[in-house]
Each structure stands twice: as C-alpha cells, then as structure tokens.
Write a protein that binds this ligand. Structure first.
Ligand code: GLN
Length: 434
C-alpha cells in the first residue's frame, strides 16, 4: 500500500450483515485484534498478538464491517506527525511531502487515499482530529466515556477515547453509532441516553442534517492566537459559511486555554510513565532473549536493555519526564498543578458552553508540517496541539471537518466542541460544512 498507512494488512471479516456490511473500516494499531498483531507502532510490540478483541472491534465485526488492516501510528500514540512509528513514516495523500498528522496518521491517510472506507483512531490529545485536519477528512473525538476503551492499549487513560475518521460527517456519525454505548468491561463508560435524557441519543447519523439555523457559535480568542494566517483565513470563511446558514457567532475569552497544552503534557506523560511500565519483556514486550545481549546481567540490567532497545526516542523522553513529574518532591510542583489547570479548563469550557451551542476554532494552528520538520524540535510539535488538547482535559466531544486549503494547497480543519454527550450538536454543526 502506497502511503505506508498500514502496519499489518491482514483482513478480518465481519458478520454477513449489519449497518456496516460491505464497508471496510481500518483500525489503528493500538486497538486489540484477536489473532492479528497489534504493535502500537513500536518495536517493543512487533511480535505481540492479542488473545482477544477490543470492544470496538467486536462491535465492528457484529456490524458487518471488514477490517482491511491495522494502521500505522506514532509509537504508542505519542506524536503529532506519524513519524515516530518503528514501521516508518506515513505519507499524506492530500499534501505530498507533508506529514499526515498524528498520531492516527495511518487511519486518516487510509481514508484520504481510499484505502479504507472508514477508520478508527484514538484521541488522547488530538490524535483523531489532527490527522483528520491534515489529510482533509472528518474525525470525531467522543465525550470521555461514550466509547469503550477495553482493548485500547493505554497511553494516557484519563484523556483518551477511540473515535471515527471518514470522508463525510454523516459516515463518521454512522461509525460512531456502531462503537458508542456502555460496556461492562470498561467501568468509565456511560449511557448517552441516561446522560442526556434523549431516547434517540445514539442517532448520530440522523443529526447530520446540516441544520444550523439559530445555532450560537462561540469563538475562543485564545485558540486563534498564534495561528497561521492561511489557517485563520479558512477558519473565518467557514464561520461565514455557518452564518450564511442561519448560525450566529460571538467571541469569548477562556484564559485557562493558554495553559492547557502544558497541563496536558504533564498529565499525559505522567500517565504514560505508569501505563508503559508493563513493557518490560516479562509481562509484555520484547523478550529479553531477543535483545542484543540476551539474558546477560541481573534483572535490572535486563529490564533496562529491553526498554532501551524496544522503545523509540520520543517514548523514552516521555517516560523519563513523566516519571520525574510524579516523583516525590516534584509531584506537587508539576502533576498537582497540572490537575488544577485541568479543573480550570473544565470550568472555562462549561461557562463558555452555557452561552453557546458549540465552540469553534482551527483544529490545528498550522498547516501540515513538511516531513522531518518537527522531529528535531519536540517542543514545536507539542505546541501544535494547543487547540486539541484542552478538549481532552475537559472530557468533551469535538469534531474536525475540512475547511478548505491554504494558498499552498494544504488542508485546513475546523474544530467544533460541544458539551458533554453533545455529539449530536457537533455532528449537526459539522455536517453543514462537510
Ligand atoms: N500529539 C499528542 C501527543 O503526542 C496527542 C496524541 C494523541 O492524541 N494520542 O500526546
């Protein structure tokens, strides 16, 4: 396959009928598939074959979908460009020579290139929305608790959700319908019907009717600061488009958002340092017998060698920083502060959403990077997540829809954020544009 979108292209057939019969749904390689390798884009798990299906995979099969393969991704979901995969970078089918975004870059590229009808990604801090924006497709990050994480290999479990990628909002909504809903195997899942009091809470495709007449859109000024001119031009054009269909907008200040990306990275790295402790070559990961020196030395040496050889540079950086942020003496200074910022972000969003149906911003403040551009400069890569990460901190739903191209022909995405379990509202708003 031409864009390196897949790590494993081994088809998994679903049942004969169901709402997704006849459709292919590519699945990100951090979502467990029984009998089919699930590598998380890491040499650590190159040989790992899960003995069970993730709940979302079981639901895809029951819905009649065929899974054409497992898609390439930044290692363990850590990245914004899909260049940190141990299986090589993914090409952006919509912008040659540029990254597809990340970390679900393989899923977005597969959809953009027509190598799958639909795809699943996971979004910890933007990993569905960013590649959707960079590849010119639609991506939804569901409310925390709408979709089961059972069988999703954890990166930062308090932040992440599995979400759909598709060419149109309606198709993304159809896929969301299949994967959403409570699961006994994930105690953080909630029933959208009970949460919203709406008996048709799961009728997401029905909400894709493009009707934004009377809708109030809030535009957080903080999320436009520092954005590229080519991006803001397309953003305002999309807002004009919504206005011409009967929506109105107002600007709103959410001061906490200027600190969200820092808080996100402290929390995400802290959780990662804990979640990735299981990759030691004993419980999970590269067996010590396959490292360069085999079982040489004591337990600590062996453990260290497995992690030295199995993890890539970005993963190591995050495990180290996360361990530091959680260590005695520093916890209050970093981790606790980040949790305070998280609570502040939640409050700011709640307030803004009490006066708006949705909040709109560019999904990414920049157009797709050129390949290799951000690899030497991790901070630059982290800052590109300024608009997506606050939404994960607040556990809210958001959609990214294509909003034109820059003068250089690079895709731009519009992000719409809704209240908790307000998927239908963001889908309705997004469907007016894509
Ligand atoms: N780019 C962000 C990070 O590297 C988001 C990743 C994600 O959502 N998995 O953490």
């Amino acid at each position: 396959m031409s864009h390196n979108a897949y790590i494993t292209a081994e088809p998994i057939e679903g049942s004969d009928d169901g709402p997704l019969a006849g459709l292919t749904v590519a699945v990100k390689d951090n979502i467990s598939t029984e009998g089919v390798p699930t590598t998380c884009g890491s040499a650590m798990l190159a040989e790992y074959v899960p003995p069970y299906d993730a709940t979302v995979v079981r639901r895809l099969k029951e819905a009649g979908a065929t899974i054409p393969g497992k898609t390439n991704m930044d290692e363990f979901g850590m990245g914004t460009t899909t260049e940190t995969s141990a299986f090589g970078p993914v090409e952006n089918p919509a912008a040659e020579g540029h990254v597809p975004g990340g970390s679900s870059g393989g899923s977005a590229a597969a959809v953009a290139a027509g190598e799958a009808d639909l795809a699943l990604g996971s979004d910890t801090g933007g990993s569905v929305r960013c590649p959707a924006a960079f590849c010119g497709v639609v991506g939804i990050k569901p409310t925390y608790g709408l979709v089961s994480r059972y069988g999703l290999v954890a990166y930062a479990n308090s932040l992440e959700q599995i979400g759909p990628l598709a060419p149109t909002v309606e198709e993304a909504a159809e896929l969301l319908e299949v994967i959403a809903g409570p699961d006994d195997r994930d105690a953080t899942t909630r029933d959208a019907r009970a949460e919203t009091g709406d008996d048709d809470a799961y009728d997401y495709a029905g909400a894709a009717d493009g009707d934004v007449d009377g809708m109030e859109v809030g535009v957080p000024t903080e999320l436009l600061e520092g954005a590229d001119e080519g991006v803001t031009e397309q953003f305002w054009a999309a807002i004009d488009d919504l206005e011409s269909r009967g929506a109105s907008y107002h600007e709103v200040d959410l001061p906490s958002l200027s600190h969200a990306v820092e808080a996100y990275y402290v929390i995400a790295m802290s959780e990662a340092s804990s979640n990735l402790a299981r990759f030691d070559g004993v419980r999970y990961g590269l067996p010590a017998s396959e490292t360069d020196e085999g079982y040489e030395g004591d337990w600590n040496d062996t453990f260290a060698r497995v992690r030295e050889e199995g993890f890539g540079e970005e993963v190591k950086r995050r495990v180290l920083l996360g361990t530091y942020a959680l260590s005695a003496g520093y916890q209050d200074k970093y981790y606790k502060k980040a949790q305070d910022a998280r609570a502040w972000v939640k409050r700011d969003f709640d307030e803004a959403l009490s006066e708006a149906d949705v909040l709109a911003s560019p999904t990414m403040p920049v157009p797709p990077f050129e390949r290799g551009e951000s690899l030497d400069d991790p901070l630059k890569m982290y800052l590109a997540d300024a608009n997506t990460t606050p939404v994960n901190l607040a556990n809210l739903p958001a959609i990214s829809v294509p909003a034109g191209e820059t003068d250089e022909g690079l895709p731009v995405g519009l992000q719409l954020v809704g209240p908790a379990f307000g998927e239908k509202t963001v889908i309705r708003a997004g469907s007016a544009l894509a």
